[in-house]
Design a protein around this ligand. Structure first.
Ligand SMILES: [Zn+2]
Length: 51
């Protein structure tokens, strides 16, 4: 399983968590304990559309 960066929507802390495509996992911010955590997309080249 690979690790990806996740950003806490509450405090903005970025932490590494295991990530597997299509699998929902419970994650908690290491700093504030919030479970509002979102995958940070690592697209370096082009950012065409905002969604
Ligand atoms: Zn947090």
């Amino acid at each position: 399983m690979e690790e990806k960066d996740f950003k806490c929507l509450r405090c903005g802390t970025i932490s590494k968590f295991p990530y597997e495509k299509g699998v929902m996992m419970e994650r908690q911010c290491l700093k504030c304990g919030s479970n509002s955590i979102r995958l940070v997309k690592e697209k370096k080249k082009e950012e065409k559309k905002k969604e």
